[in-house]
Design a protein around this ligand. Structure first.
Ligand code: BGC
Length: 748
């Protein structure tokens, strides 16, 4: 490997201190902070309190906001990244408003600020939280250098339907992986929080269930039971709150009839009372106003009342608090104590970020940190860990010496904007290194570039130019996928095959007989089954960001051995959605019954075995969760647990031998799954319990031990309590969610 994690960590730690331009010192004890809040609150008018609860999107001249800022009517601004303007906003608040309360400046810094890292789904494919923490720290260093102290990230919505465009923004289908990524991002963004000006508040979103939108159609309703919420959708949020996330955003969806922005069960009972969250709750963009469209409120006054009483502290862009809270307090619909509580949450975040001490940003220092070499290197090594090798007939890695001519083709080969993916507002495509640029730089004179298609949606009947170029080449490197605009918010798809004529392009290339190595850059797992036979090898890179090109060249030519694993199930066809590995055990599990082509004419109604599958596509996905090949091979053996029976407060010690049985050094993402055979309610067929990246040199064999507390097997069962239910379990240690042999144990 070219870059090691430890090296990056050192670099980033150095950077975070250097760029803050000051030594970190503490913001004060909890008691001091609460005293400061009390003092501030006692001097505030009701109107000033309500002003803190109002968030506005910036745009245009500072003058447009000056009066509102001066009058204390804005507590936070989003979407301004010009440090000069941000300083001016702050100056008006701090020097011209009556109380001098600084502004909280927010932005969607989702997978990097200027230096763009892989989309979050790609980040999750690394299964490497410590590397993800480094990336989040870098994003914070770059964003705070321009005055952004609050990011609307991480998105923790479990997503099990790839039609949903926002799957790109999260960590995929699994609660444990999602929770691990959540904690890492919170730590990375927020940094030391000790008056460190590079600390950026995290905002965990969207609370909650948003990823389960019916039909994978954005903003659609969800119907999650409390058990599903508690066992699957809430745990990543709880982990992020425990990791210290300062803020949280409500979601657009209504769950079982209640829009999240008006849901006091999730915002008060679960978040505040059960988890003890004392940070700030902001609505999503106009999600308070949209409760009117949901049919959950009559007008803005009504929904403002419902939202604040449900536990919302800040209104993003509905202006319902600003316009109506005073009269709602006067009429008794909202208690002033509820307003005080909301403002307390907001002020606490401002104090913890050190905004009162350091409201301004050093404009001169902003430029040097953007796209710093260390940031680009970290982005590159993140792509190198994130790319998933899905298929390889042995053609990869390529040997540069034996290749004279390389054909680079496909609409994503040189797509500097699209390679950045969704939510990369501040990434400048002029800094993107595409695969074409990286390969041309690496092999001057050897690369022929014939795009075939200029963009992913383009349609074309013939590919004579590409085919002719392929015939003149030793190898074809095809880069296909989705433009950035095809995934992300509101960008859902009902057809997940490669769009436009991309599959035809791959088929035409295959007809030349040359090895076709395909890299897919996309915002979701596309249904690429029909394309696999046309490819000698396939890499899946999601949208890899600024440094995608060099990282992919490293992988294609063997400087880096791929180690990414699928963070979501890859479907054979969209009709299988939702299909995820941790589904509950059904009464009639699939057992290899007949497929369409095998069914006799006029077969009897009961001739098919009556199990859970599709006659045309069976029961299995194209690639299971956790899957990914390597240039080497790994063998698991002698998997054993240290006891046959464990007490509920015990610890399971799992030992196994992992051997690198191939020709190259490599990293395997080891995964531990369990199945709880009988429960008070039906349980998933498998659940990820632990994962770890293990590096082994070629020929190396190692005995490895992991420990899992039995309490990790707890779940919310019939009585609604979280606990471990005694009984029989099975455990797997494997390189993906579909292989391995179960090891039994019991909990008493
Ligand atoms: C999105 C949020 C985002 C917010 C602010 C909304 O449309 O759903 O995820 O943070 O806009 O940009």
């Amino acid at each position: 490997m070219k870059y090691t994690r430890n090296l990056i960590l050192v670099v980033v730690l150095v950077l975070s201190t250097a760029c803050s331009g000051q030594k970190a010192s503490t913001v004060g004890s909890t008691a001091d902070i609460e005293k400061r809040i009390d003092k501030l609150l006692s001097g505030m008018t009701l109107s000033e309190k309500i002003g803190q609860m109002n968030q506005v999107s910036a745009g245009g001249d500072v003058a447009n906001y000056a009066e509102a800022l001066r009058n204390g009517q804005i507590g936070s601004i989003l979407n301004e990244v010009d440090p000069v303007k941000i300083n001016e906003f702050q100056r008006i608040c701090v020097e011209e408003s009556r109380l001098g309360i600084p502004l909280l400046v927010g932005r969607d810094v989702i997978h990097g600020f200027h230096t763009i890292f892989p989309i979050p789904l790609g980040l999750a494919a690394t299964f490497d939280p410590s590397l993800i923490e480094v990336g989040a720290r870098i994003a914070a260093i770059e964003a705070t250098a321009q005055g952004v102290r609050w990011t609307f990230s991480p998105m923790l919505d479990i997503a099990r339907d790839p039609r949903w465009g926002r799957m790109a923004e999260g960590s995929g289908e699994d609660p444990l992986l999602d929770a691990a990524m959540a904690e890492a991002m919170v730590r990375g963004y927020q940094g030391s929080m000790e008056l460190d000006r590079t600390s950026m508040a995290a905002c965990v979103k969207h609370f909650v269930g948003y990823g389960a939108a019916e039909g994978g159609r954005d903003y659609n309703s969800t119907f999650l039971t409390e058990k599903q919420l508690r066992n699957v959708y809430l745990p990543p949020f709880e982990a992020a709150v425990k990791a210290g996330a300062l803020t949280l955003m409500t979601s657009f969806n209504d769950n079982d009839g209640v829009p999240s922005t008006g849901n006091s069960f999730i915002l008060k009972d679960v978040l505040r009372k059960e988890w003890g969250f004392d940070g700030l709750v902001v609505t999503d963009w106009n999600s308070m106003g949209e409760m009117i469209a949901h049919g959950y409120g009559i007008d803005r006054k009504d929904v403002a009342c419902k939202a604040v009483n449900a536990g919302v502290d800040m209104d993003m862009m509905t202006f319902g608090f600003l316009s109506h809270l005073e009269e709602l307090v006067a009429s008794g619909c909202v208690k002033e104590s509820a307003i005080d509580e909301a403002v307390r949450h907001i002020l606490r975040v401002k104090i913890l970020l050190g905004l009162f001490e350091h409201p301004y940003v050093d404009v001169e220092a902003a430029t040097p940190v953007q796209y710093a070499k260390e940031h680009l290197d970290a982005a590159r090594s993140t792509v190198e860990e994130s790319v998933i090798l899905l298929q390889n007939d042995g053609v990869l890695p390529l040997e540069a010496e034996s290749i004279r001519t390389i054909l680079v083709t496909g609409p994503m080969a040189d797509a500097p904007h699209d390679q950045l993916g969704t939510w990369s507002f501040d990434g400048d495509k002029n800094h993107t290194v595409t695969p074409l640029k990286a390969l041309q730089a690496r092999f001057p004179g050897k690369v022929i570039y014939v795009p075939g298609l200029r963009f992913s949606r383009e349609r074309r009947d013939r590919f004579d130019d590409v085919v002719a170029a392929a015939r003149r080449s030793d190898v074809v490197l095809a880069f296909v996928g989705e433009e950035a605009i095809l995934s992300g918010e509101a960008h859902c798809l009902a057809d997940l095959n490669l769009i436009g004529s991309q599959s035809d392009l791959l088929a035409a290339l295959k007809s030349t007989g040359k090895p076709v190595i395909t890299t897919v850059m996309a915002g979701r797992p596309l249904t690429i089954e029909r394309d696999l036979p046309n490819c000698s090898a396939m890499l899946y890179a999601f949208h890899p960001g600024t440094m995608g090109g060099p990282a992919l060249a490293d992988i294609l030519f063997g400087d880096v051995n791929p180690s990414g694993k699928t963070p979501v199930t890859f479907l054979r066809t969209v009709g299988q959605a939702p299909l995820y590995y941790a589904h509950n055990m059904t009464g009639r599990p699939y057992a290899g019954e007949k497929m369409l082509s095998e069914i006799d004419l006029e077969a009897g109604q009961t001739s098919l075995g009556n199990t859970s599958y599709y006659l045309d596509y069976g029961a299995y996905p194209l690639f299971p969760f956790g899957f990914g090949l390597s240039y080497t091979t790994f063998r698991y053996s002698d998997i054993a647990v240290d006891k046959t029976v464990y007490p509920k407060d015990g610890e399971i010690s799992i030992s196994f031998t992992l051997a690198n049985t191939g020709e190259r050094d490599g990293t395997e993402v080891v995964q531990v799954y369990i199945r709880d055979l009988v429960g008070s309610v039906t349980r998933p067929v498998k659940e990820l319990m632990a994962f770890k990246r293990e590096f082994l040199k070629t020929g190396e064999s190692r005995r490895i031990t992991y420990r899992i507390p039995v309490s990790d097997l707890a779940f919310y069962g019939m009585d609604g309590e979280k606990k471990v239910e005694p009984g029989d379990f099975q455990l797997w240690v494997a390189g993906d969610s579909a292989t391995g042999e179960p090891v039994p144990f019991e909990v008493k």
